[in-house]
Design a binder for this molecule. Structure first.
Ligand SMILES: Cc1cc2nc3c(=O)[nH]c(=O)nc-3n(C[C@H](O)[C@H](O)[C@H](O)COP(=O)(O)OP(=O)(O)OC[C@H]3O[C@@H](n4cnc5c(N)ncnc54)[C@H](O)[C@@H]3O)c2cc1C
Length: 327
């Protein structure tokens, strides 16, 4: 049986904030775009999960705003009812950057961005190559997608693996810059409690020492209908234990979290984010790797370029779109 080849002008790999922001900007400029993502849900690292009646934000917890364009974007999301300010300072502490959250969960922002965009979920690009017409991406299900241009927004080590399947040769200076980018890992525990936690409002706790970096109370946040917390292992702890049995590691994190919870954990799940946040980023907002090569247009984008956070992912997506629009 011959499997189909789909055609699109621009293929974007990744329905996280970078990919969806790029798609929006490209569509607004009249381009024909298709977004594919290997995940079953939208949003990438803006992830949510349900366990019974409990709901969790288990990837990004909030976003901050620095760039004026992003400030404006977040205002629009607030107006659309998919974001709101979560908190701007902890009780008794001086004001810091306002923290904004998705409503009802962080993934609401991705769902909002995906309205009117062609997105294929559960669609993994396994390999790619250049042919006479541009890029040919081979999917896990055997079908393929041909596009004139390609935007890749996966974490950079995964992008490099993908490019190596097609023996895509990058200019040395760009390859060196990409090799320098690195990420920390995060083991995230989603735990259901037998009663509300004793965490003070706003139900968010960032810790500097020890195995835990962050605890948030999804019940206080209004994410979960029943008491439930997200516990993020610190970068050091998560790296050290990433290959260990995740249930055992989760139990260690739950033990360490006990003094902050004042409640018992009745059920939990664990997720390992191998590439959680970039710790070494590139200093350009996106990378046109095909520049001065024979390759068809190829742009890399994501939070490893315009800043290691939600805001950076969005800015990078927009930057990638602008480069493509002006090619
Ligand atoms: C635990 C955790 C906590 C965080 N906390 C915060 C926070 O509080 N505030 C903040 O600002 N940021 C936070 N971040 C970082 C923030 O989530 C990211 O910066 C941002 O979401 C990155 O978006 P992106 O679009 O660049 O990448 P991603 O969201 O990773 O999107 C890339 C997408 O590509 C898809 N993909 C990869 N390979 C393929 C393939 N071969 N085929 C098809 N699809 C593919 C993936 O499934 C993914 O959906 C956190 C991240 C984590 C993991």
């Amino acid at each position: 049986m011959t499997l189909p080849i789909h055609h699109t002008d621009i293929l974007i790999i990744g329905a996280g904030l970078a990919g969806l922001s790029a798609a929006n900007a490209l569509q607004a400029a009249g381009h024909n775009v298709l977004v594919v993502d290997k995940g079953r849900g939208l949003g990438g690292r803006l992830a949510g999960r349900r366990i019974g009646n409990a709901s969790f934000d288990h990837g990004a917890q909030f976003m901050t705003t620095r760039n004026p364009k992003f400030v404006e974007q977040v205002s629009q999301w607030i107006e659309a009812g998919v974001a709101e300010e979560w908190y701007s300072s902890f009780p008794g502490q001086a004001n810091s950057h306002a923290r904004y959250r998705g409503v009802p969960t962080m993934t609401a922002i991705a769902k909002h961005l995906a309205v009117g965009v062609s997105v294929k979920l559960a669609t993994k690009v396994e390999s790619l190559k250049v042919d006479n017409h541009g890029w040919l991406c081979q999917l896990e299900n055997g079908a393929s997608i041909r596009s004139r241009s390609l935007v890749i927004t996966s974490p950079v080590p995964q992008t490099l693996d993908l490019l190596s399947t097609g023996k895509v040769k990058l200019p040395k200076d760009k390859q060196d810059r990409l090799n320098r980018i690195s990420y920390e890992s995060c083991i995230a525990v989603m735990a259901i409690l037998d009663q509300p936690s004793v965490m003070k409002s706003p139900g968010a706790l960032a810790l500097d020492d020890g195995p835990i970096a962050w605890i948030s109370d999804n019940y206080q946040k209004g994410v979960s209908a029943i008491p439930a917390v997200t516990i993020h292992g610190s970068g050091d702890f998560s790296a050290k234990h990433f290959k260990d049995d995740h249930d055992q590691v989760a139990r260690q994190l739950i033990d360490a979290a006990k003094p902050y919870l004042g409640a018992n954990v009745v059920d939990f799940q664990v997720h390992g984010w191998r590439y959680s946040k970039p710790i070494i980023v590139d200093d350009s907002p996106c990378m046109l790797v095909s520049q001065n090569t024979d390759l068809p247009p190829l742009i890399l984008a994501g939070d490893a370029f315009a800043g290691p956070r939600v805001e950076g992912a969005v800015l990078s997506g927009w930057a990638a779109a602008e480069v493509l629009i002006n090619l």
